[in-house]
Structure formats: C-alpha cells, structure tokens
Design a protein around this ligand. Structure first.
Ligand code: RFL
Ligand code: PHB
Length: 392
C-alpha cells in the first residue's frame, strides 16, 4: 500500500472540492483531492448558471475571477410570469446588487486550470472505494484504490465535498447526524441548445401547465427547463415536444420570439430539499451537496457550496495555524446560512410549480402571491435580497 501525508484530504473534485483546494493552497496548506470520475466527466455536467455577488467575490479572491469578469453576464434583474402577467424584478433597485450568469462548467474549468498552473498536487482521478477512518480521533486517514493499487493518506482534516451520493456524510454515525428531507413530486427537464436566448434576462414562469424557466449561458447558448413528472425519462421528450411545451408555458411575447434548434444536452433532474446536521464530526467536515440539497428554483446550490467553503477555509486556515475555535463554529455558521436558502428555495419552488393534488384554489393563491410580488416594493425586496444572496 502506498502511503503519503497531507494536511487536508478533500474527497470530491467538483466545484466545492476544487475551490477549497485552491484557497487552502494559496494559504500555504497542503491538500490532496480525490475524485471518482475522469475530469472530462466532471466538466461535462451541465448544472448551475447563476452566481451570487458573494460567490463572484470568493472566486476573484481565490485567483480564478479573470475569465469570469470577461465572459460572465451581469444581470440586474429577472422576469417573473404567471398566465398573462409578466413583470421584472430589478435587483439593483430592490437589493442593490446584481447576479452573474456564468456556467458551473466554466467555474470548474477555471479551478482545474488554476490547480494545473500551480505547484499543488494534481487532482487524483478514478479513485474507488474511498473510506474515511478515525474521523473522531486526532489522526484521521483515508484509504482508496486507484489503478489497481491500494493507497493511504494520513491527514489532519478530511473534507467531504463528494456531493449528495458521496461516502463522507454516511461516515458520520447515524446516532450523530439528523437528516431532514422533502422530495418534490416532479423534476426539471433541462435542454441546452445553440440558439440565442429568448430574452436578455431569465424568465421564471408559473403556468397552469407547470413551471418553465428560460436561462442562458451566452449569446448563442440557451438553457431552458420545464417541470415534468419525475417518472419521465429524457427520451420521452423529443425536441419538438419540449419546444411546444416550453412555448405554451412562457409568457406570450417570449413564446412568439423563441428561437428553437436541436438540443445538445437533455436531462431530467429530480427536485429535493435535504439538510444534514451537524456539518462537522470530529476531524471530518461536509461541504456543499454532501450536506444539503435545494431545488434549483432559487439558483442556490452552487452558491451555498461556495459559502460553506468560505466558512470552512477560514476555520481550516486558523486551525492549521494552531487556533481551533473557527472549526468549532464551522457547522453552526454554515448551517445558519444554509437554512435561509433552504427556506427561500422551498418557497419559490412552491410558488411556481403545479403539484399533483393542486386545486383551483392553489393556482389562484399562487397567482395572487405573484401579483403581490409585482405590486409591492416590500415583497420584491424580500425576493431580491434572497435571490442575489444573503451576506456571508
Ligand atoms: P458536486 O458537483 O456533486 O461534486 C461532487 C464530486 O464528488 C465526486 N464524488 C466522489 N469522489 C470520490 N469518491 C467518492 N466516493 C465520490 N462520490 C462523489 C463526484 O464525482 C463529483 O465530482 O458537489 P459540489 O462540489 O458540492 O457542488 C454542488 C453543485 O454542483 C450543485 O449545488 C449545483 O449544481 C446545484 N444547481 C444550481 N446551483 C446554483 O447555485 N445555481 C443554479 O443555477 C443551479 N442550477 C443546479 C442547477 C443543479 C441542477 N441539477 C442537475 C441537480 C440546475 C440543475 C438542473
Ligand atoms: C441555469 O441556468 O441552469 C439555471 C438558472 C437559474 C436557476 C436554475 C438553473 O434558478
């Protein structure tokens, strides 16, 4: 068995693992990152598109903000629609700051490029059987197989950045962790197409046929979603069916100008709210989707992963300098922000989607609440301050 030592062993080479690795490396802390999948696979997962200002600041301070500043699109508002009502919420006016549209694939690419360009140890891909040992002692270690050889990493801290299906959360004994979950009775069918976006801003549409979202990656790359039964498969949705359904759910002016084309990616994602508490057990900490999942309606998942990295990197940098207090506060600080985003994402999901047991009353209540959002500066402020991101 090969055996090495590092200060922080990071399980998962998605956006949270890579960002944590980058920040710690710049602080002079040695890390190893273990990733199950090949890099090309990690980079091909089409996911988040909207970055909060705090996320953009974090990426800039971590030295990966240049391409984001050049190629990201600053959005100072979004459209919200229901039946024939469509209006704009101005983030600048209601919350004083914008968001930036820049794909998670690009964030991840920039982080891989930064690690390649540095003298940090390269991400170790293709690991199998990752197991975390002694997390409740002062001398944890991680074992795994790669290329037919068994490996062991001794470390001071283990950080689980391995997403919802990873091993890290399950390493915390069931008697220690509390998990709270809501699984929604629908999913989002997403399509990426090389067509100009239907609008220069995002459109969140509530319709009697179900929710739809018009988003984008750049001037000639659109990202659209429609609410669909979780039991559907992407194959059930040929392009024509998808475009027809999207047109029927978008506000009339957008439906008329929608440019369609072949899909270059199509996938169905289930929606859930999930939180695991605490986010630290001994020398093991959880970050991002490993600890919590939100439905994508509020565009919060990646942004929460980044705020976790903010709190944890502060704690780890202090701990590596001999000051443990920051680590004692990590879970509480991170969770305080997580719960607010869980609430917002649940609220916006509930406002915008059709549920199987909905009645006409429910639809009317949604329309009344959307009309209230349209008419009330106070309601728009509540929406906007959450959408652009609560302070760290
Ligand atoms: P990830 O991205 O899941 O990465 C985890 C990594 O860990 C690896 N892994 C393992 N490695 C080693 N050993 C094991 N045993 C392992 N098990 C797993 C995996 O291969 C993977 O590479 O988690 P991370 O880094 O915490 O990042 C979280 C974000 O990916 C996620 O929250 C967002 O994508 C959520 N999300 C959105 N977030 C936003 O902030 N704004 C958005 O607009 C937004 N839109 C979305 C979304 C997620 C979506 N889907 C598909 C769920 C839209 C969609 C449709
Ligand atoms: C996206 O562009 O993929 C996207 C944008 C906003 C959301 C969710 C996903 O709320």
């Amino acid at each position: 068995m090969s055996r090495i030592r590092t200060q922080v062993c990071i399980v998962g080479g998605g956006p949270s693992g890579l960002l944590l690795g980058q920040i710690l490396h710049r602080a002079g802390i040695d890390t190893r990152i273990l990733e199950r999948r090949p890099r090309a696979h990690v980079l091909s997962r089409i996911r988040a598109g909207v970055l909060e200002g705090g996320t953009v600041d974090m990426l800039r301070r971590a030295g990966v903000g240049d391409r984001l500043a050049r190629e990201g699109f600053v959005h100072t508002g979004t459209r919200v629609a229901s039946r024939d009502r469509a209006f704009r919420i101005d983030f600048a006016e209601s919350a004083g700051k914008p968001v930036t549209v820049y794909g998670q694939t690009e964030v991840t690419q920039d982080l891989y490029d930064a690690r390649d360009a540095s003298d940090a140890a390269p991400v170790i891909h293709g690991v199998e059987g990752v197991t975390i040992h002694g997390a409740d002692t002062d001398v944890p270690h991680v074992t795994y197989d790669a290329g037919g050889t068994a490996h062991r990493i001794d470390c001071d801290w283990v950080v689980g950045c391995d997403g919802f299906h990873g091993v890290s959360r399950r390493t915390i004994p069931e008697a220690v962790r509390t998990e709270v979950e809501r699984v929604y009775p629908f999913g989002w069918l997403g399509v990426l197409s090389e067509t100009p976006p239907v609008d220069h801003e995002l459109i969140y549409a509530n319709s009697p046929r179900g929710f739809a979202l018009a988003s984008m990656r750049n001037e000639n790359l659109s990202r659209y979603y429609v609410q669909a039964p979780v039991t559907d498969r992407a194959e059930d949705w040929p392009d024509d069916r998808f475009w027809d359904e999207l047109r029927r759910r978008l506000p009339a002016d957008a439906a008329e100008t929608l440019v369609t084309g072949p899909s270059i990616e199509k996938s169905l994602a289930p929606l859930r709210s999930f939180i695991c508490e605490p986010m630290r057990w001994g020398r093991l900490c959880l970050v991002g989707d490993a600890a919590h999942i939100v439905p994508p309606t509020g565009a919060k998942g990646l942004n929460l992963a980044v705020s976790d990295v903010h709190y944890l990197s502060e704690g780890l940098i202090a701990a590596c300098g001999g000051e443990a207090e920051g680590m004692d506060r990590y879970s509480d600080r991170a969770l305080a922000r997580v719960w607010k985003a869980v609430r917002y994402s649940w609220w916006f999901t509930t406002l915008m989607h059709r549920y199987p047991d909905d009645t006409a009353f429910h639809q009317k209540m949604q329309e009344a609440e959307i009309a209230y959002l349209d008419g009330s500066p106070a309601a728009r402020t509540v929406f906007a301050e959450n959408y652009v991101g609560l302070p760290f």
